[in-house]
Design a protein around this ligand. Sequence first.
Ligand code: URA
Length: 457
Amino acid sequence: MTSSAVEVIKAKRDGGRLSGEQIDWMVASYTSGAVADEQMAALAMAILLRGMEPEETARWTQAMIDSGDRLDLSGSGRPLADKHSTGGVGDKITLPLVPLVAACGAAVPQLSGRGLGHTGGTLDKLESIPGWRASLSEKEIREQLAEIGAVICATTPTLAPADRKLYALRDVTGTVESVPLIASSIMSKKLAEGTDALVLDVKVGSGAFMKTPEQARELATAMLDIAAAHGLRCAALITDMSVPLGRAVGNALEVTESVEVLRGGGPPDVVELTVRLAREMLALVGLGPPGGPDPAEVLASGAAYPVWREMITAQGGDPDAPLPVAGTVEPLLADRDGVFAGWDAYPVGVAAWLLGAGRARKEDAVDPAAGIRLLVDPGEPVAAGQPLLELHTDRPDALEGARAALAGAAWFAEDTPAPGTGTAAGIATGAGAASGTGAAAGEKRPPLVLAALGTQT
Ligand code: URA
């Protein structure tokens, strides 16, 4: 044994820099069980409070990769491009993006997770499709990449097992919100997966993990530093999550909206972000315009939709099967006339979660039909009594809590003195006003892409 856990904990507690050997030993010993949960929890807290230098974070990431196997997904004959989103309300972009990028000539190995809390997980969304299977073997992933170029599936059990164990520990010890630990957690899985290029969608706003642009930039920079240290082609967009993406929040509802986008329609913000991320992914692997296809044209033409159908079918799903529908659908009415300016993302995510779309503990099941459909776009005039959104649930007793969560969550242009300082009011059940960011009088929607780091387009 080259170190003791207590020495490592004390070194970081006192603001020191951990050696590569200490990091390797600590991560490996925690994975094997030689270092106890309480010791790793103490170190995670010390890291949260003291931070890590980029070199420490890069080494920590490598140690997490080395705790398991690296996948070998080469051999599809196409370059591999992937993306990671830090998650947000109504963020279904992976669903249209993966078939779109495959339709443009790259292969996308999207190894995803399930949702916890108010943001939905990609696998939860796809599991609302009858028959669809999330777990694939490495061989099945390779074959599907070669045949279709598009895979969305669960991470394999041997991919960065240290991260799985550590993330569960951080979740119950108040240590999730450490930039080096978040960055190394995300990047260890992407590096172990073996993609050739990665685009990061770092969300900022009330519905995101990162609440301020400064925090989002710090996380994006930490992940880009790890990518650079590991020789991975990587770019990052910082994108708005002050209002929900699109008009659907909830698993089956988001699948339906994604299919609309794949057929050439859908909400403009979902289309815009899908195309922008596709451009970045294709540019990183040398397949973008001017030499390659323009993803905006490919998406608008519906040419990515057959790839979606193949991808769903290959994983046992029936792309034509009706999706689950909630037993109870109730409107939420405006209590005033005005120009609607947008929804605050976080309460919409919480309300969808209360209706059954999300889980409180990772063992919980989600209700595929539950969620929220937004009925009014920012900039539209509304009249008192007009439905602003629909609540979908199979648990009618959850409606009251969802309505309470949404009280004060709608912004009206009249109450919005300036961009980024909106005041919310105006829901029939609402009591009082809440302040928010993002929506401005007369604006359709806050700008989606707020910053681009290391991007090519
Ligand atoms: N997502 C991850 O994969 N890891 C984190 O630490 C946070 C979000």
